[in-house]
Each structure stands twice: as C-alpha cells, then as structure tokens.
Design a protein around this ligand. Structure first.
Ligand code: FES
Ligand SMILES: [Fe+2]
Length: 397
C-alpha cells in the first residue's frame, strides 16, 4: 500500500491527464507538497529521463572538463582526444571522495587525468578507457583488481549544443523524441554559441513544477511582468505552436523594439545578433520547453536556457544560462551588455519569484485548492501533465 495518499494522488493525476485542453484542470495540489510524490518523481522522472547539465562551449578541447551535480549525484563531463564527450561519476572508487571537490578545484578546466586529491588515485580520460583506474599508490600489498576499477559513466547526448545526461541505462535516446523542436531551434545554431553567464537562485521555496509551469506560459506576462516583458512580448499575442509528447514551443512577435536602451554613458547595450537568423526569428521571441525541467527563450541576440532542479518537495534551485554568439564577446560594449542582461534577468526573476512563492503558499492551504482551469495559452502545462502521468502512473515508460 502506498503512503501519504500517493495512490489517490496518482489516480487524480491520471484523471486530469485524460481531460481535453478545453476542460483541462490543474494538477492536484498535493503533487506540489507530498514527500512521497517527490520521491517517485526523483526515481521515475529525474533518474529515469534526460537532464541538461551544460553547453558544449564549456568543454571544447581535449581534456576539458565541466563539473556538474545532478540531483546530488556528482558528475564531471569530459572531452577526450577524439572529441568525444563523456559523463563520469566524480565518486572515487577508493573511499568515495569527490575527485574534483568544489572547495579546491574550478568548475571548468583542462586535465590530462583525473586525480583524486584524497589518496591520489588517478583515472584515465581517454577514449574507450575513460574512467579507468590509471594508478593507485601503495596498493600492491593487498589483493586488488585494478582492471575492474573504473568510475561509473552516465549516458550523454548533445542536443542542439546542450549537454544532456541520463542515469537510466534503458532510457530511449533523447534526440529522436525531439525532432519537431529541432526545426524550431535550428536557425539559432545553439551549438555555435558561447556561455555569457549562469545565474543561480538556490533553495527557492516552491516545488520545481511551479517554476517550470511558470516558465511554460506567457499568459502571466500581463500580470507578473506588466511593466517589463508585456510591452515587448505581450502574452495575448503568443501562439503555442508545437506541443507533442515531451516538449513544446511558442512564438510571440515583438510589439516593441527589444533592444536595450543605451546606458547613462551612452554605451549601446544591444547585443550582437546571432548570425543567419531569418525574418521570423528577428521579429519575435520563441520559447521552447523539454520535459521535465528545461525551457529556452530564444531572441535575436541570445538564447537563455533555464533549469529548475528539485532540492526537496517544496524547494528547488533555478539555474539560468545565457548564450551569445562568439563575436559578441569581442565587441567593445560586451561587459556593459552582460551587466545589463544580468540586471534585466534579475528583475524578471524577482517578478517571477513573487508568483512562484505565492502559488506555493496557495497550494499548501487546507483544504487543498483544486480544479483550477487553463487558458489556451497554458497548453504546454496541459501537455506536461500527460508527460508526468506517462512516467508516474502505472508501469515505467
Ligand atoms: S578516496 Fe580517492 S584516493 Fe582515496
Ligand atoms: Fe515569468
């Protein structure tokens, strides 16, 4: 028997996931507060699916690495001398130390081998031997099988320049599930962009789904972002275009020039355009989402990708990374552009956090609120329920 009313919660999820959009309803409130629901999501959604951990520009050359933590699991992404990428566990096979502890090593860098700083066991980073033990000092007087000692690997796929990893050996390949989004993203050539910066908000007091759902609709521009986004990308003009099994995209034409005003010193802060964009990309903003927790906002001078990572049933970390064309970095106004972009992002995020925290407080009330209704602009949330039901209800997909 399942705990915490989990069984009835899953029944309710199954019910709402069969409603047509015209009669679509919000998820049951306890899906945003229940510890048992959270545990099931961890197992079947987050450990069973593909998660974004970074961008290819963070690991461009042989020996480059990027440290990343996926739901408490320490990983390192490495590129070998053939150009292949790997996702390795950072848990040393000796006494399980983090081989790249954040206290003493940078998040990104270049290495010939991985050396655990505790007792200096080393691991190879090349090709088919990646993760294999290379050396373990003073281990020759005991019966120790070096050949069997290897850092565990996760699966890794590059999708439109994003590094996607999966802990599940049996998860179906991601790329073939997202071909409809590929056409939407292709003009922005994400793989050719570079990271300008990543902003983080840790332990936001709301379930991750509240934040993901907030990022999956522009309906709230007219309320939450009335003075910021709404004049430029009005929610009412948004058209939800793709909404298939595990992703969505929507397009909003610009109602005003989105370029940032010159700063007080007259330095132009408009960004460098992503090369090769067509009239459509230049005339509006595309928002795309990949379930469970990745959304992208694509505009003419940048692509921003957002991740919401659960840290408990009612808390999450939000990570927002801004990608720009490499030519932007060499422009004289680049530092001012990045500063203005960060400032704008922080302003928008503060607005969103008011809504996200406010919704979480509403969800935690007794008796639990239920039966909230969707606008047509919330079709991605409706589709998200189908994705969740597919993974959580009944057998694993
Ligand atoms: S824990 Fe890594 S060498 Fe001992
Ligand atoms: Fe928002």
């Amino acid at each position: 028997m399942q705990h915490d009313g989990l069984s009835s919660l899953l029944d309710e999820l199954a019910r709402v996931a069969t409603l047509p959009l015209e009669r679509g309803e919000t998820l049951p409130a306890r899906a945003y507060t229940s510890e048992h629901f959270h545990d099931l999501e961890q197992e079947r959604v987050f450990r069973g699916d593909w998660l974004c951990v970074g961008h290819v520009s963070q690991v461009t050359g042989p020996g480059d690495y990027l440290r990343t933590d996926v739901l408490g699991e320490p990983l390192v992404i490495t590129r070998d001398e053939s150009g292949d990428l790997h996702a390795l566990s950072r848990v040393c096979r000796h006494r399980f130390m983090d081989v790249l502890p954040p206290e003493t090593t940078p998040e990104q860098g270049t290495l010939k081998r991985l050396t655990c700083p505790y007792h200096t066991w080393t691991y190879r980073l090349n090709g088919e031997y990646v993760g294999q033990l290379a050396g373990a000092p003073l281990m020759n007087r005991v019966d120790f099988d070096r050949a069997a000692c290897r850092l565990p690997r996760h699966r890794l796929e590059v999708w439109n320049g994003l590094l996607m990893v999966s802990a599940a050996p049996d998860a179906p390949a991601l790329g073939p599930q997202l071909t409809r989004l590929d056409a939407v993203l292709a003009p922005y050539r994400l793989a050719d962009l570079v990271v300008a910066y990543t902003a983080r908000w840790e332990n936001v007091p709301a379930n991750w789904k509240v934040a993901f759902e907030n990022g999956s609709e522009n309906y709230h521009h007219m309320g939450t972002h009335a003075a910021t986004l709404e004049p430029v990308v009005p929610g009412k003009d948004t058209v939800v275009e793709e909404c298939d099994g595990r992703g969505f995209s929507m397009f909003t034409p610009f109602a005003a020039d989105p370029s940032l005003e010159p700063d007080a010193d007259g330095v132009p802060q408009a960004g460098t355009l992503i090369p090769g964009l067509g009239a459509r990309q230049l005339s509006g903003m595309t928002v795309a989402g990949v379930f469970p927790n990745l959304a992208l906002a694509l505009v003419p001078d940048s692509v921003t990708y957002l991740r919401w990572i659960p840290t408990g049933p009612t808390s999450h970390d939000a990570l927002v990374t801004v990608l720009v064309p490499p030519a932007a970095v060499d422009q004289p106004g680049y530092a001012a552009y990045v500063a203005a972009s960060r400032q704008q992002l922080e302003l928008i995020q503060e607005e969103d956090l008011v809504a996200i925290r406010g919704v979480q407080r509403g969800l935690a009330t007794e008796p639990a609120p239920s039966g909230g209704r969707f606008s047509h602009l919330e079709r991605p949330l409706w589709q998200f329920q189908r994705y969740l039901a597919g993974r959580l209800v009944g057998g694993r997909q």
